[in-house]
Design a protein around this ligand. Structure first.
Ligand SMILES: [Zn+2]
Length: 473
């Protein structure tokens, strides 16, 4: 466990021997995010989550076994996972029972044998309870979020910190992993999760649904939605495998005088936007594209909720294609290339808003330049402009400026470069060089300067870092 051999150790003074033992230390309780210091965990990288759980809407209870494969990045005497509210009944590390304790959202695990740096290990947690929806968070989301109990099942939308309300997790986008979901529900209900359906099987009055996401995923993008579903599968015209599931109670949708079933509306819009973004931002990064449209409410009110859950965004009371285009743009900007830390959130929302501008060009609704002008027309005295979006602060990380000013920043950059080949080469290089990884604002601005050959220091200073309305750039 230590570089010092047994013979040398026995010759040492007791104080020195104690020093060698101190090489094994607890992993940090957080991964180091400036907005969410306890999210994620230090001392290891997760590689795979194998999540088995049962859920019965009749009692809202979840009973789970999470088996997590991870690799130690330091000599670990103890390590944490994030888990909110739910009860833990046992923890094993490898084949051995481990001690555990709870401290707020930290599940502290002390393995029988300390874990050497570089060692791959598994930790298995038996847990259960009634997952609690997050309501009234100081962070501006405009909606309850996390684990939502629906009339026929459940719906999970966890950004930024709610995955830990339904499974033990290193809950930060800097620690991506692959996922397998094995979800048992009453027979007659279905489950739709990230990735590909491997199989489903009935046993007695239950059915088991197994989904696999083999590409790295940030924890907040995990979802495994339970209920009654209408499903449509196929391929987009561009050839991407597609899987769309909608709640049968959703009403028809009329767009531009054309009425479609909700299933066809989500299927067609997803195919159209997925293919467009594949041409615009680079090849689609995942194995399957789709949508999960549910009838989710909280306190009897429909949730105006959508989230870019990986491979299949979740939608509730959302019936417009612009939102679908926004969530699918996130598959490149947010899902494949995730924020390194949450203060970089405009790299998600600003880019997805810029994609809405492009969607307007595509559908003929109006040019991106006009969409820019509509956003830019806010008076200089508006509080909208008082936010420096490169570091928007935790409680305002989802304020409209992060979205709209972020979108404006990219359209302004496009017009400053004044050459679409160069501008879109920046976006495609960004998505390819950071694929399945993380990015920061500083990395993006450096890439934009390198590819354009322009000195963009003043431009980005004005648009990203200055809390007032840009006038020249
Ligand atoms: Zn978004």
């Amino acid at each position: 466990m230590c570089a010092v051999g047994a013979a040398a150790l026995s010759a040492m003074a007791p104080a020195a021997r104690a020093g060698t033992e101190a090489h094994f230390t607890p992993g940090a309780p957080g991964i180091g995010d400036p907005y969410f210091p306890l999210e994620g965990n230090g001392g290891f990288d997760t590689r795979h989550y194998d999540l088995s759980f049962s859920y019965d809407p009749a009692g809202d209870r979840l009973e789970g076994l999470a088996v997590i494969t991870a690799k130690a990045t330091q000599n670990l005497s103890r390590f944490d996972l994030d888990l909110q509210q739910l009860d833990v009944s046992s923890v094993t590390v490898g084949p051995q029972r481990a001690e555990f304790a709870r401290d707020g959202q930290e599940l502290q695990i002390t393995p029988k044998q300390p874990i050497p740096d570089g060692r791959t290990f598994t930790v298995a947690i038996h847990y259960g309870g009634v997952p609690q929806t997050i309501v009234g968070s100081p962070v501006v989301f405009g909606s309850p979020y996390g684990f939502l109990h629906t009339d026929d099942g459940a719906f999970m939308g966890d950004e930024p910190n709610a995955a830990s309300t339904w499974f033990p997790v290193s809950d930060h986008p800097a620690d991506k992993a692959t996922y397998t979901f094995r979800v048992t529900v009453p027979k007659g209900l279905g489950v739709v999760a990230n990735g590909t359906l491997m199989y489903d099987v009935d046993a007695g009055d239950k059915s088991l649904w197994v989904w696999d996401e083999p590409l790295p995923m940030a924890s907040y993008l995990a979802t495994a939605d339970i209920g009654h579903w209408l499903v449509k599968q196929g391929r987009t015209p561009g050839g991407i495998p597609e899987y769309v599931a909608v709640d049968p109670v959703l009403p028809d949708v009329t767009v531009d005088g054309v009425t479609k079933s909700a299933l066809d509306f989500f299927y067609d819009s997803t195919a159209e936007a997925g293919d467009l973004w594949s041409q615009t931002f680079g090849p689609y990064p995942f194995d399957v594209i789709g949508a999960i449209a549910d009838n989710a409410t909280y306190d009897g009110r429909p949730l105006g909720f959508s989230l870019e859950t990986q491979t299949k965004p979740v939608y509730s009371a959302v019936r417009n294609a612009g939102t679908i285009a926004h969530e699918l743009a996130h598959q490149w900007f947010g899902d494949s290339v995730s924020v390194a830390t949450w203060d970089n959130i405009w790299l998600n929302e600003g880019f997805a808003t810029f994609a809405e501008y492009l969607w307007g060009e595509h559908t003929g609704a109006g040019s991106a330049h006009d969409a820019f002008l509509a956003d830019y027309s806010r008076p200089a005295t508006s509080a909208f402009w008082n936010q420096a979006i490169a570091d928007p602060q935790r409680d305002t990380m989802f304020a409209s400026a992060v979205y709209r000013r972020g979108g404006m920043t990219l359209q302004a950059l496009r017009e400053k470069i004044d050459d679409d080949d160069t501008f879109f080469r920046i976006l495609k290089t960004w998505t390819s060089t950071h694929e399945y990884g993380n990015g920061t604002t500083a990395e993006f601005t450096a890439l934009a300067e390198r590819i354009s050959g322009l000195d963009l220091g003043a431009f980005f200073q004005t648009w990203l870092y200055t809390p007032s309305k840009p006038t020249t750039w």
